[in-house]
Structure formats: C-alpha cells, structure tokens
Design a protein around this ligand. Structure first.
Ligand code: ZN
Length: 273
C-alpha cells in the first residue's frame, strides 16, 4: 500500500549521469556506473576515492583522455591559503595538526637500585647498581589544529605551535599512515595528523606522475610536446580594447581591409550591424 515510499532511488552515476545500473556501484555517497568505475580503476582509485573529490574533479579523474600532467592541472585549487611563488599552484589544503615524536623513558627493567647522591640542585650522580634496560616509548605529541597545504612545490603546515615549509624536491619519502603522513627530510620525520590521508596520498601520487611525465618529455625534448604544452597553457583574458588593437595592427599592415576591421571591431564591442 505504501509502496510509493519504498520505491528505491533510481540509479544515477554521480560522475557521468548514466542511469544504467548494470554492474554499477551503489555507494553510501552516490552511484558510479561500470564505465566510470573502470576508468577510476585504471588510475588505481576505488569508487569511494572518487567521492573525496569535488564533482568536477571526479569527472576529470574518470576522463581517460587526460594524461598525468593534464589530470594534475585539473586538480588545481584557485584560492590558496598561502602566498604562492611563480609557477606554484595549490592542490590541497585542509585542517591538520603537526606531531612531534617524543621518546619518553617510562621505566626500567631489571633495575638494580644504587645510591643517588645529589651534587647540587637538579643534578644527581648515580652510583652503584646497574640502570638496567630503559623502557622507551615513542609518543606523538600533537599541536593545535592548523592547516596543511600541498602545492606542486611545497608541503606546508601552519599551526599556532608548530609548522614546516618543505620544498617538494627535498622530500626523501612519505610514509602514509591511517591517521597521518610522515614526511622524511634528511632522515628526520615531519608528522602531519589529518583525516584526509587518502585524498592527500592520491594527490601526491598524481603530482608525482605529472612530474615524471614532464621529466620524460623534457628528456625527449620533442618540439611537438612543447607545442602541445604551450597551447594548453591557460590563456590570459584578453580585453576588448586589446583585441581591437590587434586587428587595427593587422589593418595598418594591410593584412585585413578597413571594412573587415570595422566589422571585427563592432563584433568585439557587441554592436550589431
Ligand atoms: Zn558514469
């Protein structure tokens, strides 16, 4: 009788909008069709991974036509919470804490008590007996919540008590843990505690692949790829006045006629003849 209320929501792919439920994935956060799921798998991503990203980013992750560099470009975030250098783009920012590893001696095993003689305040000299084996525990002390920012050039952590700004090319390795990342520089580990570990790890992989591709292309130095890259560069918005001056120059050089110039000018200014 109340079948109306029980009617299951129609399958609809959250990426391409396909309504074909065949072999599709119905996740808690949305549906993904077989075709999109396969595209994600080719990038070593699961359907759940797709929902870590925005709708537009999801579409790009499922677009097999995008190469590594194009995919990385498509994940750029316009507004970054830091001042970026030239050629630097932001790919991720979110809440995070910093962590310090502290080795704390919590006790001793087989300690044989000797005699402690206090020499002066705060300093004691231990004599006799053996200290035994120290039990040391590594504790991660977390800083207040701040922000972790990932760009194509740097890993930056900003918190009230602790932070870092590590150039990407100085990073030796990144240890991905369930609750954070360990970023190793000169064998020292910088800890970021975040709930976005998976997303950050995916972005780092995409950026790494893009860098590899660019290095390969630079090695080949193929003029064709250079040309392709140049055309891909975002075009600066051209103002109407600039555009008209461009055509005026063409007219002055005799490449186009005056009437062609007039027509173009009216077109740019939005005048209809
Ligand atoms: Zn789809």
């Amino acid at each position: 009788m109340f079948g109306f209320f029980e009617k299951k929501k129609e399958f609809c792919c959250a990426i391409c909008g396909s309504k074909n439920p065949q072999e599709g994935f119905r996740g808690a956060k949305g549906d993904i069709c077989k075709q999109c799921a396969d595209a994600l798998e080719k990038r070593d991503l699961t359907c759940d991974d797709a929902f870590l990203f925005t709708e537009d980013q999801r579409k790009n992750l499922c677009n097999p036509a995008l190469d590594a560099v194009e995919l990385a470009d498509s994940l750029q975030i316009e507004k970054a919470p830091l001042v970026l250098q030239e050629g630097e783009y932001c790919y991720y920012y979110g809440d995070a804490c910093g962590g310090h590893i502290q080795t704390v001696t919590t006790g001793y095993t087989g300690r044989n008590k000797g005699v402690s003689v206090q020499i002066m305040k705060g300093v004691s000299y231990h004599t006799g007996g053996s200290a035994g084996q120290a039990i040391r525990e590594q504790l991660i002390e977390s800083s207040p919540t701040g922000r972790f920012v990932l760009t194509n050039k740097r890993f930056v952590l900003l918190t009230a008590l602790y932070g870092f700004d590590i150039p990407g090319d100085k990073v030796q390795t990144i240890d991905v843990r369930p609750d954070g990342l360990g970023i190793y520089v000169k064998n020292k580990m910088h800890i970021v505690l975040t709930s976005d570990v998976r997303k950050i790890a995916i972005i780092i992989t995409i950026l790494t692949n893009a860098t590899k591709q660019q290095q390969e292309e630079r090695k080949q130095k193929s003029p064709e790829t250079t040309k392709r890259r140049q055309t891909r560069k975002k075009q600066a918005p051209v103002s109407g006045a600039d555009e008209i001056m461009k055509y005026k120059k063409l007219m002055d050089e005799g490449i186009i006629t005056e009437s062609q110039f007039e027509r173009k000018k009216n077109e740019i200014l939005g005048f209809t003849e």
